[in-house]
Design a protein around this ligand. Sequence first.
Ligand code: C2G
Length: 130
Amino acid sequence: MRKVITYGTFDLLHYGHINLLKRAKDLGDYLIVGLSTDEFNQIKGKESYFSYEQRKLLLESIVYVDEVIPEKNWEQKKNDIMSNEIDTFVMGNDWEGKFDALSDYCEVIYLPRTEGISTTKVKTDLNKQT
Ligand code: C2G
């Protein structure tokens, strides 16, 4: 069984996230998502609209996602890959090159982002409507 992992905040879930998760799942048989906790989001300088539990509920309802684990810090990826026997680590290519060191432990793949959508764009566009 080929196991894949990816990480993110996945706030205001949108089709760019779904496109990423679908392609990630297509690379294996089992997809784990490391979901940024609210506390880690603060470290990342992000404040999500939905809480960790709400974002986790949404992700767990997606057919491509098999398991959601908390992402609490920048350093846990290597341990997550080892302890979950991950074959492939995937991120959108806005992270291109940032996690190449993980190639000592598993395959590292960066996938093209979906153009024209982001959580920030959703927030900005909605603010214009009010
Ligand atoms: N994504 C995408 N296309 C978009 C928007 C997002 O492919 N239009 C991808 C991102 O590249 C990322 C994933 O969807 O791989 C989740 O995006 P974010 O929630 O913005 O993740 P981020 O805040 O970048 O967190 O340790 C890694 C970090 O937790 C990544």
